[in-house]
Write a protein that binds this ligand. Sequence first.
Ligand code: UDP
Length: 361
Amino acid sequence: MRIVTVVGARPQFIKAAVVSHKIRKKHTEILVHTGQHFDRNMSEQFFEELNIPAPDYNLGISGGTHAQMTGKMMIAAEEVLMKEKPDWLLVYGDTNSTLAAALAAAKLHIPICHVEAGCRTHSMTNPEEINRICTDHVSSLLLASTQSGMDSLISEGLADRGKTVGDPMYDAFSEYRSYKKISEVRLDMLDGRKINVPPEFYYLTCHREENTGDDRDLLEIFKAMEQLDAPTVYPVHPRNKARAGRLLEQTGTEKILLAEPVGYLDSLCLVSNAKKIVTDSGGLQREAFFAEKKCVTILDFVCWPETMVSGRNELAKPRSADILEKLSHEQTVDPDYKPFGDGNSAEKIIKEMEEYYDNRN
Ligand code: UDP
């Protein structure tokens, strides 16, 4: 099979890392990077660390409004697809890159395989929700990471195109989690210092559009973290960097360690060694779960219902009292509860694509 894979954002590089290596043992892959994430520490570093093959095309498209970005990506993706004439378009997750490539391929009648299909927040103010729903509805093969994803596909009348294959983020976590030790992780602080990770710490990430709209939310998050019994490591997404730096200066606290984004292997070390995790990232919520760490998610919708059991992941409003209260709850962990598969989803993804291809008319 000849597969065009389109990626553009940090979590997609991680998923592609585990799938691309296996695709290339038997099939031809043409890798397209839209350019949505372009800073070295949000893109190139992942390709190097995870040994992801260099993209065959880099579309160099980032920034602008949602429509500007999606429109430019559609035009560029269409050109690549018309030239390469693949048997498949393979896309991951819910970014503008995912949607743009899927819309371009659908109109060219190229079958689309969507990995992480069926994930729903049931909030249409969440921009990624629109990307997820539209991508699923134009795709031929819908590969859900969990049963709840499959349930959403069933309720939307998409069951006959759907299969549950497990979560490639869990494959990646299982493969890469012990590559590095926490003592090897150095934080590039925004103030220019390079420091080691403190012996005890909380891990914070926060970058969703929902939490970066006004100063108050981030200030409240900082206010909560400041009151905890250990410092907080906060590698800040470029989207939130200027605001976070300015607000942190206002608080005057030294308990929040504001750093440049870390690489994936470092991030896995932080997850595995943190006391607890506070985030608005879909990927980090799942990694907290994989590492059996208590997570508090600052969003008003559930992304991954499987994690919301036994106090393991709780939603909090961006208000310090709520965050502190949720952080004070302890979780219980059932080691036999494994809703994200067995760490072999990459093989299953490829097998499903092969079966569909062999049975096509
Ligand atoms: N991550 C990383 N460096 C960081 C922060 C996060 O490598 O500085 C990793 C994290 O461990 C997870 C992924 O990035 O694997 C999550 O990506 P992101 O939060 O950008 O997207 P989302 O999961 O919300 O779609």
